[in-house]
Design a protein around this ligand. Structure first.
Ligand SMILES: Cc1cc2nc3c(=O)[nH]c(=O)nc-3n(C[C@H](O)[C@H](O)[C@H](O)COP(=O)(O)O)c2cc1C
Length: 325
């Protein structure tokens, strides 16, 4: 399938794997790229330029297809070495970067000068328009359903995607709640040129996470995520567990006086414990409502092939039938 997104990134299928902390390692990105999508290494999981370079080298040893790096810009007291990470991306010959979090304007001149295509993830039309205005090549439009940080506007994709299509000139992918061929075809119908998946890719054979994480997603329904950290205006959609329930109780009890320190036990340093050790109750970890649409743990190749073949059938048979009647 050819779209402006497949053309932009030189990939076969319009499917991107979003950056995911402690999931977007070389194994994950290579599996997605080898299956014809765009795999993404998560820069901040590596943390330092040296480790990121090593991860990019490992990924390149596993695939000769294009893959990208996610750079998440977070407000931080001791920020990571962003200049070093950006330079490593450039020096490593990476041609696709997914930015997220704060406005990436500061880094665009360097990235553009190195002929890197930048796709910025945003949760609102106004941020998508800003990304377009500062020179991003594409955007990933992340609806309220998404795992991770849905922003504070709470606009689901059935509204957000057509609104983005009405306003944007650059191509965009639909993100949040994407699981299968129906997600892809619906996204294309609403004006997107592909889709970005997070949670769905964790429940695959190659995802380099503990088996408990995959089983938790498989077992979860669409009712099992919760929004946390809203009082801090840093809302995150996570899978419910005892730590999340404790966190929500604290949020209720403390109201507007809540500070990050009050919930650090439930949110800080959680990812290695969950993703590596499989300690599922260790704290809050991102997961999308789309867990309710995850029924198996296939290889990435099987997943992507299935999505593409069912998408073709959906378009050429189901939709064509309605068109003919
Ligand atoms: C476990 C997990 C970790 C994530 N970590 C990041 C991250 O570090 N940076 C980022 O930009 N997005 C992150 N995301 C968001 C994904 O890239 C993607 O936008 C989101 O998962 C899409 O929603 P979905 O889960 O419904 O597919 C994460 C998502 C999950 C599920």
């Amino acid at each position: 399938m050819k779209t402006r997104i497949t053309e932009l990134f030189g990939i076969q299928h319009p499917i991107i794997q979003g950056g995911m902390h402690f999931v977007g390692l070389a194994e994950m990105a290579a599996a997605v790229s080898n299956a014809g999508g765009l795999g993404i290494i998560t820069g901040l999981t590596q943390g330092t330029p040296e480790k990121l370079k090593n991860e990019i080298d490992r990924c390149r040893a596993m695939t000769d297809k294009p893959f990208g790096v996610n750079l998440t810009f977070l407000p931080s007291v001791t920020p990571p070495d962003y200049p070093g990470l950006v330079q490593t991306i450039i020096d490593s010959g990476i041609k696709a970067v997914e930015t997220a979090g704060n406005n990436p304007a500061k880094w665009l001149p360097m990235l553009k000068a190195a002929n890197i295509k930048v796709i910025h993830k945003c949760t609102s039309v106004r941020h998508a328009l800003k990304a377009e205005a500062i020179g991003c090549d594409a955007v990933s439009v992340d609806g309220f359903e998404c795992g991770g940080h849905p922003g504070e506007d709470d606009i689901p994709n059935f509204i957000l995607l057509p609104r983005a299509a009405d306003e944007l000139t650059i191509p965009f992918v639909a993100s949040g709640g994407m699981a299968d061929a129906r997600s892809l075809v619906a996204s294309l119908a609403m004006g997107a040129e592909g889709m970005n998946m997070g949670t769905r890719f964790i429940a695959t054979k190659e995802a380099p996470v503990h088996e408990n994480v995959k089983q938790a997603i498989l077992a979860a329904s669409e009712l099992d995520t919760r929004l946390v950290m809203r009082p801090l205006r840093n809302t995150e959609r996570v899978l419910n567990n005892v730590a999340v329930e404790r966190l929500i109780e604290k949020e209720k009890a403390m109201g507007a006086s809540l500070k990050f320190e009050d919930i650090a036990a439930e949110v800080a340093g959680v990812y290695p414990r969950v993703m590596i050790d499989g300690a599922m109750e260790a704290g809050a970890w991102s997961c999308g409502m789309v867990a309710g649409l995850v029924y198996d743990i296939p290889t990435v190749q099987v997943l992507i092939d299935r999505i593409m073949s069912e998408a073709h059938t959906l378009i050429s048979e189901r939709l064509a039938r309605f068109d003919a009647s």
